[in-house]
Ligand binder design. Structure first.
Ligand SMILES: [Zn+2]
Length: 141
């Protein structure tokens, strides 16, 4: 029996409303990755819900420790230096799970990794370094 067949609609609904225990939720998420049929069913279940309370930020945050990539991993994802399997996972997490927490993190990282942002950072460090000797010991309280 594959995982898609043992996850029923009730379980998908529970997944969408974040009422599953973290381990179960991670298992559903993994099954979703492996099965396009299950993803289609998730969309059906999602479409049939009326409360619009899907994946609240708080719930994502709670579950995040288990399924969210770390900020460092998201950075590597942007630079495309993760191994292909993990890249696929992060892509899934961002594009299919649509994790708002990781979306926010990625947007922030993107802003920091543009050449202009990197140049600004370097300039700031240089100014900081060059003014440090001026302060010397007198700069300390
Ligand atoms: Zn996430």
């Amino acid at each position: 029996m594959n995982q898609a067949t043992i996850i029923d609609d009730a379980m998908l609904r529970a997944y969408l409303s974040d009422s599953l225990p973290a381990e179960e939720s991670a298992r559903v998420e993994k099954a979703l990755r492996d099965s396009s049929e299950l993803r289609a069913r998730l969309e059906d279940v999602r479409a049939n819900r009326g409360d619009g309370q899907l994946h609240t930020l708080g719930a994502i945050w709670r579950r995040g420790r288990l399924t969210c990539p770390s900020r460092q991993q998201l950075g590597s994802y942007l630079l495309d230096v993760l191994d292909p399997d993990y890249t696929a996972y992060v892509k899934f997490h961002i594009e299919v799970v649509e994790c708002p927490f990781c979306h926010a993190n990625l947007t922030d990282l993107e802003a920091r990794t543009t050449p202009a942002a990197a140049a600004a950072q370097t300039r700031q460090n240089r100014i900081l370094r060059s003014s440090q000797h001026l302060l010397g010991d007198e700069g300390r309280v």
